[in-house]
Design a protein around this ligand. Structure first.
Ligand code: UD1
Ligand code: CA
Length: 458
């Protein structure tokens, strides 16, 4: 469709009390502005223009991508002045849709409804709010036609009682845009060039001004404070939880899940309370995620169980595995099927073959572990010599007893058994038993020390 989208994102957001520009504050793990850009892209416009200013290049750097044009507004003299900066980049044969970088949950469906109908009109997205404070009010005449938008700071007491507000989002006809922007003045309470004043200019030009309502109230909520950001985060998470439930995912409590990115689930996935999903997480059919797990950029195979309090980062977990409770799986880990990783086991940059187990208190780092290997409690790979990292290779069917140190680089041959407490410095052959001879002594005449009267004690 021939359409220009301009996203206004130059403001500081004073009420956020933050060094970070307002539009870069994260909502569900992504900057506010990134949500608006993603929605704008769904409309397939000819171009998307982002007006930035406060925070400088930080804003474009955070969201850069194909088809985006960035225009700097310096200084920030109001929403009308902001749109004016974008004017040279717009195709004035088409309409211009104005979105706000701090109104992140607007949906493409609502915007499509706003854009339906005649392109020569000025269309404004308005909403009835129980608590309209802070928003521009929609003033209508006796016939119900819109006559003006009045900012809260300029409004008379009766106007402040109006509950219909401007969301700021509007569609402007291309033919009129340049003329109207040229005529905006800053004679108002905030000494700003208000974009909302185009309503009065449109009426002078006998252009029809129409309103349209959003599908849901939460779509038009702007973020001006940390309080509003926190509230919108909950709204956003509730929407995600609803989508998951509708897709057949079992959630122990839809109010206690946080998805900061994209969560894809197969059939019959079940997720217990207080789990956090970051980046792109994929969970296979029938998998179960226990309470209080954090999963980031991870694939979980079908029928796998992740037990409570596990943290999995940048890993691929195979089918029918059991991980946790209290497991830490770090980047670069690949578990094949039916692997068991138990409590207080850390795995990093390692592959573990099918059916292998490390059930308690172990560190497996920079390792290639074969199939059907058993790693005993307290076993660690010593992968770091203080300067470089080295790899450990454990071949198939190896049995490693408790409290073994594998000093990398080292290879344990297939089928070998490593006795408890062994330090493996050298590659071991296949099969057989590897131990470090240690003599066990018994000293029958040894006396346990007894507590003396301490002369220092008061
Ligand atoms: C604006 C509207 C108000 C509407 C409300 C909805 C005006 C004059 N007022 O008020 O009618 O009810 O939004 O949320 O338009 N921005 C710039 N450059 C500027 C000033 C602002 O890019 O010089 C951007 C901000 O980054 C923000 C958006 O425009 O994304 C809105 O600015 P803000 O100052 O929050 O306007 P409001 O007072 O909320
Ligand atoms: Ca605002």
């Amino acid at each position: 469709m021939a359409l220009n989208v301009v996203i206004l994102a130059a403001g500081q957001g004073k009420r956020m009390h933050s060094a970070l520009p307002k539009v870069l504050h994260p909502l569900a793990g992504r900057p506010l502005l990134a949500h608006v850009i993603a929605t704008a892209r769904e409309l397939k416009p000819a171009r998307i223009c982002v007006v930035y200013g406060y925070g400088g290049e930080q804003v474009p750097d955070a969201v850069r991508g194909e088809g985006l044009v960035f225009v700097e507004q310096q200084p920030q003299l109001g929403t009308g002045h902001a749109l004016k900066q974008a004017l040279p980049h717009l195709d004035l044969r088409a309409g211009t849709l104005v979105l706000y970088g701090d109104v992140p949950l607007i949906t493409a469906a609502t915007l499509a409804a706003l854009m339906a109908g005649q392109a020569t009109r000025l269309k404004i997205l308005t909403a009835e709010l129980a608590e309209p404070r802070g928003y521009g009010r929609i003033v209508r005449n006796a016939k119900g036609a819109i006559t003006a938008i009045v900012e809260e700071k300029d409004a008379t007491p009766p106007q402040r009682r109006i509950r219909e507000i401007s969301t700021g989002i509007m569609l402007l006809p291309g033919k009129r845009l340049a003329g109207w922007l040229a005529k905006l003045s800053n004679r108002n309470a905030q000494r700003e060039y208000y974009l909302t004043d185009v309503v009065a200019l449109a009426l002078k030009d006998r252009v029809t001004v129409e309103s349209c309502a959003p599908r849901h109230d939460w779509e038009i909520i702007g973020v001006n404070s940390k309080q509003q950001l926190a509230e919108l985060e909950r709204t956003c998470q509730a929407n995600t939880a609803t989508r998951l439930l509708q897709a057949g995912v079992t959630l122990a409590d839809p109010a206690r899940i946080d998805v900061r990115g994209e969560l894809r689930c197969g059939r019959d996935v079940s997720i217990d309370v207080n789990c956090v999903f970051e980046g792109v997480v994929e969970i296979g059919e029938g998998a179960r995620i226990g309470a209080n797990c954090v999963l980031r950029n991870t694939v979980i195979g079908a029928a796998t169980r992740i037990e409570p309090f596990s943290m999995i980062d940048d890993a691929v977990i195979g089918e029918r595995c059991r991980v946790g409770p209290y497991a830490r799986i770090r980047p670069g880990t690949r578990l094949a099927q039916e692997v068991h990783i138990g409590n207080f086991v850390e795995v990093k940059a390692s592959s573990v073959g099918a059916g292998s187990k490390a059930n308690h208190l172990a560190y497996v780092g920079d390792s290639s572990v074969g199939r059907n290997v058993n790693i005993g409690a307290g076993t660690i790979t010593c992968n770091y010599d203080g300067v470089n990292k080295h790899r450990t290779v454990i071949e198939d069917d190896v049995q490693i007893g408790s409290d073994v140190q594998l000093v990398a680089p080292v290879t344990v041959g297939a089928g070998a058994t490593i006795g408890a407490g062994t330090t493996v410095w050298k590659d071991t052959p296949q099969g057989g038993l590897v131990v470090n001879p240690k003599a066990q002594q018994h000293r029958p005449d040894w006396k346990r020390p007894v507590k003396k009267n301490n002369p220092c004690a008061g």
